[in-house]
Design a protein around this ligand. Structure first.
Ligand SMILES: C[S@@+](CC[C@H](N)C(=O)[O-])C[C@H]1O[C@@H](n2cnc3c(N)ncnc32)[C@H](O)[C@@H]1O
Length: 406
């Protein structure tokens, strides 16, 4: 009898406790003011970016809040001629071939300058800037491989906010073009993949840049990795829709879902080129979308830890590239903490903890040759930053190239 009473009392106590806990939870949840994540992101950016960009911030801010522009990356494996005709009919232009024309024009003028002394003074003649011999050779090599790039990406010209229609399948069943922020191609172009290179894409999903890497038709072997299995399935789908089966055979493309931070141990000093396109605050997404927003309260810790994760991923990429090979680090954030500071910290850690010596490479020639399409920030200490502008609403996109010396 007393055991039965004890049991009943326990049940009553339990139910009171449960009731009270639920009651408390409900009150807490309903009384707390619910600030949308996108609003929190805007407050955070207003504080940080107004300090970082000063007078430029209002113009960047309005552009970030306005619909972004896209580029149509032409699928070289599809029936290209038809695609080119269709895209040209929309009055869009291939921004890469436009840059190639700028390069050949400026190179001709440079030659005239050295032989005939300053004939075309109104055009910037010093394409590779004030540099020492090694830097000059570097920039010249980069420009010459840019001139030979097989990538084709159509954009509408400055101020034209037309949109591309959804891509269709061609006669081979492959999609004709991939819509992406055209600035996302700059890290791929900066990586300068040469014929026969083995390439690692450390954070690859959903696969825009992986697809671009394959479109160079230079990768002998491509390892595409992403920690998230669900996002890796999107990567699989993208490659399946754009790349013929024989081009993504196992000996050519490997897709994995590992923690990229382990790569430096798993495959040290292996690759010719490594792309480290890290998770970041994805500034545009954070301002416009509530879903999967890094500014959600429950993700505060994760957001604060981003620079550490980014540094670890970059160090891992620097260890995975062979000496003499190159790494490109990129984000779609304006944050100096996630961009330049990460690069500087990773360079220090790679040297002190792993004896890996790297040197940032000069990419300022990109500012000159792509200035008709993108709006560049002029004051990065390392790397280049595309900042959104109402007439050229691409980016943000930060990219920095590092050469492994030892
Ligand atoms: C900016 S996105 C990459 C976008 C991709 N490069 C593209 O162009 O489509 C960053 C990716 O990093 C992945 N990621 C996050 N932590 C990672 C880790 N520790 N190792 C590898 N990938 C990671 C995320 O799942 C996310 O897909």
């Amino acid at each position: 009898m007393s055991a039965c009473r004890g049991f009943l009392l326990r049940r009553i106590n339990d139910s009171c406790l449960t009731f009270r806990r639920h009651k408390f939870k409900k009150k807490w949840a309903t009384t707390l003011p619910k600030i949308p994540c996108s609003r929190l992101a805007l407050q955070y950016f207003d504080i940080n970016y107004s300090m970082q960009f000063g007078d430029l911030w209002p113009s960047i801010r309005i552009s970030l809040l306005t619909e972004q522009k896209y580029g149509a990356l032409v699928n070289n494996f599809s029936h290209k001629e038809t695609v080119l005709n269709n895209l040209s009919a929309l009055k869009a232009k291939d921004f890469i071939s436009e840059a190639q024309s700028v390069i050949s024009l400026l190179q001709t003028q440079n030659n005239v300058d050295t032989s005939e002394k300053m004939v075309f003074t109104e055009v910037p003649l010093n394409l590779v800037g004030e540099k020492n011999d090694a830097e000059q050779t570097q920039a010249t090599n980069l420009l010459s491989s840019l001139s030979n790039s097989k990538l084709t990406c159509f954009t509408f010209s400055r101020g034209d906010i037309s949109r591309f229609p959804q891509s269709r399948s061609d006669c081979f069943g492959l999609l004709e073009y991939y819509l992406m922020d055209a600035a996302s191609l700059l890290p791929v172009l900066a990586l300068d993949i040469q014929h026969g290179h083995s390439v690692l894409d450390l954070c690859a999903a959903p696969g825009g840049k992986t697809l671009a890497l394959l479109q160079t038709e230079n990768c002998q072997y491509l390892a595409a990795n992403d920690l998230s299995t669900s996002r890796s399935s999107r990567l699989h789908r993208v490659l399946h829709s754009y790349v013929p089966r024989d081009q993504r055979a196992e000996h050519k493309v490997r897709i994995t879902s590992w923690d990229g931070r382990l790569w430096g141990d798993l495959e040290a000093s292996t690759y010719d080129r490594v792309l480290v396109d890290v998770p970041c605050t994805t500034d545009r997404h954070s301002l416009l979308e509530e879903e999967n927003n890094i500014f959600h309260r429950i993700r505060t810790k994760q957001r604060q830890m981003l620079p550490l994760l980014q540094t670890e991923l970059l160090v891992s990429g620097l260890r995975a590239v062979r000496p003499g090979g190159e790494v490109v680090y990129s984000t779609c954030s304006l944050s100096q903490l996630q961009n330049e500071c990460v690069v500087q910290r990773a360079i220090e850690l790679a040297a002190t903890d792993h004896g890996v010596l790297v040197k940032p490479q000069d990419l300022s020639c990109f500012r000159e040759v792509f200035k008709n399409t993108f709006n560049f920030f002029q004051d990065c200490r390392v790397g280049e930053l595309v900042v959104p502008h109402l007439t050229a609403n691409f980016g943000p996109m930060f990219f920095c190239k590092l050469l492994r010396i030892k």
